[in-house]
Design a binder for this molecule. Structure first.
Ligand SMILES: CC(=O)[C@@H](O)[C@H](O)COP(=O)(O)O
Ligand SMILES: NCC(=O)COP(=O)(O)O
Length: 254
């Protein structure tokens, strides 16, 4: 079984928004990721539009359609519309992503840090999941590793769950990933037994990914952004500085 890599472009938009203007360009970055072999692209437009904006969603949806690859939009289905953010359902209605990943983030969160509470939110999720599926989207829901109620995602109508891998990444960085890996494997198996496919994401990187995929069975997709964009900066920094040196050195010779 192979695992698809979906690159999350949020952090390209963070850089762009820090200056206004259009650089770095999220579509150009998306093209580079797809040219390098990414199987799809992910965005998590937040209601405060701190990074990915509505216009980015449409531009990237068009790119993914043209390249026949998966576009994955993440967001909180309960967050109400506001200026600059039409709401997740309206956004998906307009952009028609192949997959929507429902994430229960509050507005003020720095980043995603927990999955759904299915006992509390299950009844409210049921009609929402149906509404996204009526748009033709595969629906994945963000879940905590170790959630004993993970099978309830199937009763909500979801197709997949995305395991929240932040705690695993922390345990790996601390040199003690064993119990996080065992728990992730167990949660994946419980979800799969309920008929759900399994995605994973959050703070995955080139150091911790292989160990995760070795231990957690049949992970269909990983979505990776923060670390990948940081690693890309390091990987490209030397070549870029050399390029600038060539320019200033050539100008000095003229
Ligand atoms: C659901 C998930 O784990 C990622 O989408 C994460 O939320 C990235 O969002 P930010 O880039 O806003 O931190
Ligand atoms: N769903 C996880 C995601 O899209 C990327 O998370 P991160 O790599 O930015 O932590």
């Amino acid at each position: 079984m192979s695992t698809a890599l979906s690159v999350n472009l949020n952090k390209i938009a963070v850089l762009r928004n820090s200056r206004g203007g259009g650089e770095p360009d999220v579509v150009r970055a998306g093209i580079a990721c797809l040219d390098a072999g990414a199987h799809g692209l992910t965005v998590h437009p937040r209601p405060d539009a701190r990074h990915i904006r509505e216009d980015d969603v449409h531009a990237l949806a068009a790119l993914c359609r043209a390249r026949a690859v998966e576009f994955n939009i993440e967001g909180n289905p309960f967050a109400p519309p506001r200026p600059g953010y039409p709401g997740l359902l309206a956004l998906c209605d307009a952009a028609r992503p192949a997959q929507v990943t429902l994430v229960p983030d509050g507005d003020g969160q720095l980043t995603s840090d927990h999955g759904f509470d299915f006992v509390r939110d299950g009844a409210a999720l049921l009609p929402l999941v149906a509404a996204f599926k009526a748009l033709g989207c595969r629906v994945s829901v963000f879940v905590d590793v170790g959630d004993p109620e993970v099978a309830r995602a199937a009763a909500c109508g979801a197709d997949r769950v995305e395991l929240y891998t932040g705690p695993y990444a922390e345990a790996f960085a601390a040199g003690d990933p064993e119990s996080a890996l065992a728990a992730a494997g167990e949660t994946a198996r419980r979800a799969q037994a309920a008929g759900l496919a399994v995605n994973a994401g959050h703070d995955l990187n080139q150091a911790n990914l292989a160990g995760f995929l070795r231990r957690v069975p049949d992970v269909r997709e990983v979505s990776i952004g923060h670390a990948l964009i940081g690693e890309a900066l390091y990987a490209g920094l030397e070549a870029t500085v050399r390029g600038y040196r060539r320019i200033v050195d050539a100008a000095a010779r003229d």
